[in-house]
Design a protein around this ligand. Structure first.
Ligand SMILES: NC(=O)c1ccc[n+]([C@@H]2O[C@H](COP(=O)([O-])OP(=O)(O)OC[C@H]3O[C@@H](n4cnc5c(N)ncnc54)[C@H](OP(=O)(O)O)[C@@H]3O)[C@@H](O)[C@H]2O)c1
Length: 257
C-alpha cells in the first residue's frame, strides 16, 4: 500500500480546515490520510476530490476519544501506508458557549479528552517513532480560547489552554530532536460547514456567509490557511515558528475585544 510518498495524517478532516489542509498536502505530493468521526460520505468525497486531482489519499472513520483509537491508527498507518512525516491535529471541542450551570462534568471531561489528552496520546505514540527516524512535524489547530478564558468557555478554554502549554512542553523536549510542533491559533470564524455550520444552524451560518464571505474575506478561508500550514511544515529548522495566530484582515485580535 506504500506509495513512497511522505505521509500526512489529518485527525479531524471535515470540509473546513482539516480536509482542506489534507488536500493541500496531497496536491504537494503527500499521501494524505484523512480521519473523521461521523460523516462517512463527507470523508469519501474528500478522498474522491483528492484522487480526481491526481493525489493520493485514504479515508478512515474513527472516534478519536475511544480507547486505543489514536494509538492503533498511528501504528496501522505507519505499517500499511508509510512513516508519518506530518501530523495535523485538528480536533476541537466546539460545544458553543455554555454557562457554568450548563457545563456538566461530562462536557468538561469530554473537552479535555478530545483536545488536550488526544494530543498527548498522539505525542506518546508518534514522537518516539519520529525521534527514531530523525524528525517530524506536528501542527495543532487551535482557537482564541487557548489564549484567554471567557464567559461560556469553561470546558473549551480550560482544555485548549492546557493544550497550548502541552505544545510548548513538547517543543521544549523534542525540538532539539528535530520534532517541530506548531500551535496555530485561529483567532476568528472559519468557512467550515461541518463545524461552525452545524453549530450555528443553516440560517445563522447562511447569514454569516452572506455578511462576511463571498469575496469579502471576513471569515478565514481554509484554502488560504492551508498554505500557511504547508509553509510551517517546510520551514528551515533554524527558524521554526512554534506558535502563530491568524485572523482575517478586518478582525481585531483577541486582546482588543
Ligand atoms: N470553525 C471555526 O470557526 C473555528 C474557529 C477557530 C478555530 N477553529 C479550530 O479549527 C479546528 C477544526 O477545524 P474546522 O472548524 O475547520 O473543522 P473541519 O476541519 O471542517 O472538521 C473537523 C472534523 O473533526 C471531526 N471530529 C470531531 N470530533 C472527532 C472525533 N472525536 N474523532 C474524529 N474526528 C472528529 C469532525 O468529523 P465529523 O464531521 O465526521 O463528525 C469534523 O468534521 C478545531 O481545532 C477548532 O478549534 C475552528
Amino acid at each position: 500500500m506504500s506509495t513512497g510518498n511522505p505521509v500526512c495524517l489529518v485527525l479531524g478532516a471535515g470540509a473546513g480546515i482539516g480536509g482542506t489542509v489534507g488536500k493541500k498536502f496531497a496536491a504537494e505530493g503527500y499521501t494524505t490520510v484523512l480521519c473523521r468521526r461521523s460523516d462517512e460520505e463527507g470523508l469519501q468525497k474528500l478522498v474522491r476530490d483528492i484522487k480526481s486531482d491526481g493525489g493520493s489519499a485514504h479515508g478512515m472513520m474513527i472516534n478519536a476519544i475511544d480507547e486505543n483509537t489514536i494509538e492503533d491508527l498511528i501504528v496501522n498507518v505507519e505499517r500499511d501506508i508509510g512513516p508519518i512525516e506530518v501530523l495535523i491535529f485538528n480536533l476541537g471541542a466546539q460545544f458553543g458557549d455554555r454557562t457554568l450551570a450548563d457545563t456538566t462534568y461530562k462536557t468538561f471531561e469530554m473537552g479535555w479528552r478530545l483536545t488536550s489528552f488526544a494530543l498527548f496520546r498522539v505525542a506518546k505514540t508518534l514522537a518516539p517513532l519520529m525521534v527514531a527516524r530523525g524528525g517530524g512535524k506536528i501542527l495543532v489547530t487551535s482557537a482564541t480560547s487557548s489564549m484567554r478564558g471567557n464567559a461560556g468557555q469553561h470546558a473549551h478554554a480550560a482544555a485548549i489552554g492546557g493544550r497550548r502549554l502541552l505544545c510548548q512542553s513538547l517543543n521544549a523536549e523534542l525540538a532539539s530532536q528535530n520534532i517541530h510542533v506548531c500551535h496555530i491559533v485561529v483567532d476568528a470564524a472559519v468557512e467550515a460547514p461541518d463545524t461552525l455550520g452545524r453549530l450555528l444552524g443553516e440560517e445563522l451560518y447562511g447569514k454569516l456567509l452572506a455578511e462576511k464571505a463571498n469575496g469579502k474575506d471576513g471569515l478565514v478561508i481554509p484554502e488560504k490557511l492551508a498554505e500557511t500550514y504547508y509553509h510551517i511544515a517546510h520551514q528551515h529548522r533554524s527558524a521554526w515558528t512554534q506558535e502563530i495566530d491568524v485572523r482575517p484582515y478586518a478582525e481585531q485580535p483577541w486582546w482588543n475585544n
